[in-house]
Design a protein. Sequence first.
Length: 83
Amino acid sequence: MAAHAVEQGLPEEFARHAAKGVVVGASQPMANAGVDPTVIVQDMIDYRGTSAAALVTMVTRGFRESVSAGLDAAAKKAAAMSC
């Protein structure tokens, strides 16, 4: 996120601070016990705001597949390290 913001012309320090704020802010609803993260994400998409536009675009461009591949790579690495 920060790299993209810099590419759009924002100063690097500001871009890093903004990206951190987005991640921390987005994680807060997920921290609530008893709240299903899929419901939170769907609520954001249903709102049809800027977060929805970003989420829908990321999903349609292979976000889920990229995350799955990353998790598979981490699991494979963890298995190799425990041998």
